[in-house]
Each structure stands twice: as C-alpha cells, then as structure tokens.
Design a binder for this molecule. Sequence first.
Ligand code: AMP
Ligand code: MG
Length: 403
Amino acid sequence: MLTYEEARRRVIEQVEKGAGAPRVERVRILHALGRVLAQQVKADRAYPPFDRSTRDGYAVRAEEAGPGATLRCVGEIKAGDAVRSVLAPGTCVQIMTGAAVPCGGDAVVMIEFTKREGDAVRFERPARAGQNIVPRGSEGAAGQTVLNPGMRMGYAEMALAAQVGAADLQCFAKPRVAILSTGDEVVDIGETPGEFQIRNSNSVSLAAQARLAGAEPVLLGNAADRTEELQAKISEGLKADVLVLSGGVSMGKYDLVEAVLKALGAEFYFDAVAMRPGKPAVFGRCGETFVFGLPGNPVSTIVTFELFATAAIDLLSGTSARPLPLVRARLSQTLDEKPGLAHFLPARIEGRGAEMRAAPLKWQSSGDLGALAWANGFIVVPPEKHRIEAGADVEVLLRRDLL
Ligand code: AMP
Ligand code: MG
C-alpha cells in the first residue's frame, strides 16, 4: 500500500502529465485574490519614479551638513509637489516623506537631528551622501517584469500590480470541482433527517476546502447507494475538471463507487493509502476528469482532501503544487497507535517556533467533527513509529483554513 507521501506524489505526477492548459480569463484586480496569473506584468515606469525621500527632514548637500553646520532653509517640498529647481549651495529645503528630492541635494537629514531658528537650520550629526533617499529606478526599471505567469496573487502581488497600473489581469480559470456525496443514509442539510439518517456535512466541508484551494465547487448533492443513480450523478460530475466523491469506497456490500467508475471507463492510480483515517481513498481518471473517491467519515474526507485533492487543484490552476503546511512541535502526551499506517490525529497546537506544542484531542474516531472543530491541526504519526513519548518532536499538519 502507498504511503500518503507516495500517494500525493502520484497525484502530482498524473495531473502534471495529464492536465491540459487551463483557460485564461480577465479578472479585475480587486477580485484577483488567490488567482493564478496567466500573464507577465511589467513596470509602466521607473520605480520610484523620482528620487524619493524616506524621512521628514531637510534635503541637503551632505558635505555641507556636518555636525555644527548651519544652512539657510529656502522652502519646503511635500509629497506630490513638482520639484524643478536646483538646491543652491549653502541652502537646504524642508522635505516630507514621499516627496521628491531636488536636484543638487544628495541626502535627507531627519528633522529629529536638526535645530531650527527662523530660516537657519543647524545640523547635529554627520550626513552621508544618499542617506534617506531611494534613488529613481532603484526598485525597478521601466518595462521590467514584476510578476510572472504561474504566480498566485496575494495581497502583496495585488498591490504591486496596482502600483504599475495593471487594473485588469489575465488569470487562469479556476478548476471546477464537482462534489458528490454518496450514501442511502445521507439527506440534504435543509431536510430533517430521520432517526437513522444523517445530514450531508461532507459536501459542505468539501465545498469550503475546494474554494480555499482555489477551485470553483459545483455541488451535485447526494447519490443513493444504487448503481444506476451513482452512474447518472457521476456522469454529471465528469463534466467538471475534478470530481470528488465522499463515501462508498470501503469494503461494504453497498460501497459501489469504484465499480461504477470502472464501468464508466475510469483508470485508477491508487485505491488505498496506508493512513488512518482515510485508508480507502482512491484516485484515478475518467475521460478528462480526475476523480477522488474519499471515504465518507467526515474527518477522513477532510484529511484526504487536504493531502491529495489540493495538489491536483493547484496544478489545474496553472501553478505548482503548494507544499503541505507541515511544522514540527513538541508532543504533550505519549501516543500509542496501530503500526503500519500513518495516523492523523486532531490536535490543538499552541505556542510558536521552538516552543510549539501539540496536544492530541480526545475523539471518537473519524466521524467526530466536534473534536475537529477544536483542532487547529493534525499530529502525524508515521507508520513505523507507533509509540511516541511525551516531549518528543512530532510533525503536525496545520489546518490551512486557520492559518
Ligand atoms: P462510507 O465511506 O460510505 O462507508 O461512510 C462512512 C461513514 O461516513 C458513515 O458513518 C457515513 O454515514 C458517513 N458519511 C458518509 N457520507 C457522509 C456525508 N456526506 N456527510 C456526513 N457523513 C457521511
Ligand atoms: Mg456509504
């Protein structure tokens, strides 16, 4: 059986090999958060566009503004002022942060290190040429590429695009992820379940996870555990870029998902992973669509989506697969788990850096969403190391939605 790392690598391999180039669409900059860029963005002019003062103070010729020197102040320049005149020898000019340094001036002395009486400004410290000035073009030349295709637009990238005037951006279309839950016992969240029925919480967590991963979820509801109904709804799901199914992939008599997919022509790249929860997870392809069959237990569904489906969504978004948010933490209590499988245990992670601690939460196995709502991560117990002593260093998978 594959380890979860091998299974994830297999997802990446297959999607890299089999995915076509995503569609490109125009996105308004304010809506570009999380989108993957499909174009280069270039600087429209030099940055900064003028020699910019980074302090409130006096623009001077550095060699004239040594300790004890006095210069006559001949005016002031505020941010946004047009600056055309040359700073005459023996003078200084009051200048504000963000304003252009006049020609002839080569340093800005902070106001805190000066004394002013009328027009006379006295300097207290040595001035160095270039101090408190960002020269024109030093952040970037006009025409220089500042953002490249494949980059994900975060707040910094958005601000940079805004700075150079790129109000519309060519971005890759978000992959469409169809979400279909399965099970005779599952009812829609708007319905009142019968005594032996449960609400479809998986479609809700999967939709949230798909959105967070950068995809557009397409909710297909639930299919009963019957071949014809599964076939019809799965066929609908195969119109999307990715189909994520929950439930129906275990060994039970009514776990029909794999058989139905096979009958529809699916090819499987794995059909079990050495992990708990999540062991029955399957991954394959049916026509052009990548298919994840995730076990129906809510925590299994959540963990397997995070480990496997997120990588496929990244790649189908036109960028590389982001690494899993794994960190190290100190275990707060001894663990003893079944060997041979990697375990993902809901945990509370506290502290930071070398002081990070992970406390496993009490849970009633992989159906326990209540425990998960208290968890901000999962302790990863590797398959070969079932017993881990309190105080040991463990790996923790952080919940991406809480980062
Ligand atoms: P299965 O993987 O189909 O064997 O289901 C495993 C467990 O997950 C069962 O207890 C199901 O009732 C539960 N389950 C299956 N589908 C869902 C769903 N959509 N929402 C919440 N729980 C589910
Ligand atoms: Mg089921």
